[in-house]
Design a protein around this ligand. Structure first.
Ligand code: KIV
Length: 265
């Protein structure tokens, strides 16, 4: 379903949770298209997960467009949100409009996501909405600002910091964001924000009371045996499955068992 008012309906608040998965490629998008998952995020976390960088900062708009197009081909039925990467919108309102416009025009995604809660971000969200681009916000640990935070650390701890995050969430909602990601904040702050703002919150490490949850597909499948942040539940052990399968393939190639008659013409 590709209707923002249905997938991210404020009516769902307190009644039905929203499931979101971050995906970067055609093959996995095809599988997700066959599931009931509500929405796909093409996240700039691909900078780390796919490209092997230590942060999301090197990711370019062209790379995000490339991946979002692939995901759309695999998941024609899903509501797709695409991240605008670092420096594709922070430089000026005009750059933000051009980047969001390119993303919408070239990929057929349904919405874009931008990070932060400043007055500039709120103005950009409001202008993008006016010209027809639905925007998802992102607060808490905003990875494009990782160097300001000094690492991937829990944000919004303490009264002052929590109150600031709540004010920013209200401002994003007032500016016209249809939803927002809350990343790595205390669970009680996740609950407070979710209760007080009118649009659905999507949590990752923000506790059980957000209106929805998002996880990176590779993470929830357990592809990286060494990646185990506190917020991550692994729903499969793909690392072992891939290692065993490739190990068996290798053995059969060496022994000559593969390809046998069944796989020969
Ligand atoms: O880039 C990403 O995958 C994200 C989610 C983790 C929220 O922003």
């Amino acid at each position: 379903m590709r209707n923002v008012h249905k997938v991210y309906s404020p009516e769902k608040k307190g009644k039905e949770k929203i499931s979101v998965v971050t995906c970067y490629d055609f093959g996995f998008a095809k599988v997700l298209n066959e599931t009931d998952v509500d929405s796909i995020l093409v996240g700039d976390s691909l900078g780390m997960v796919i490209q092997g960088n230590t942060s999301t900062l090197p990711v370019t708009l062209d790379e995000m467009i490339y991946h979002t197009k692939a995901v759309r081909r695999g998941a024609p039925d899903k509501f797709i949100v695409a991240d605008l990467p670092f420096l594709s919108y922070q430089t000026s309102i005009e750059d933000g409009i051009r980047s969001a416009g390119r993303m919408m025009k070239e990929t057929d995604c349904d919405a874009v996501k931008i990070e932060g809660g400043s007055d500039f971000i709120c103005e950009l969200i409001s202008i993008l909405k006016q010209i027809g681009v639905p925007v998802m916000g992102h607060l808490g640990l905003t990875p494009q600002s990782v160097h300001v935070f000094g690492g991937h650390k829990v944000q919004g701890k303490g009264e002052e910091s929590g109150a600031k995050l709540l004010r920013e969430a209200e401002a994003l909602s007032d500016a016209g964001a249809f939803s927002m990601v809350l990343e790595m904040i205390p669970a009680d702050l996740g609950k407070k924000v979710s209760l007080e703002i009118g649009v659905p919150t999507i949590g990752i490490g923000a506790g059980p009371d957000c209106d929805g949850q998002v996880l990176v597909l590779y993470d929830l499948l357990g592809l990286d045996a060494n990646f185990q942040p506190k917020f991550l539940k692994k729903f499969a052990d793909l690392h072992s499955i891939v290692k065993n399968a490739v190990g068996n393939y290798h053995k059969e190639v060496k022994s000559g068992e593969f390809p046998g008659k069944d796989h020969s013409f």
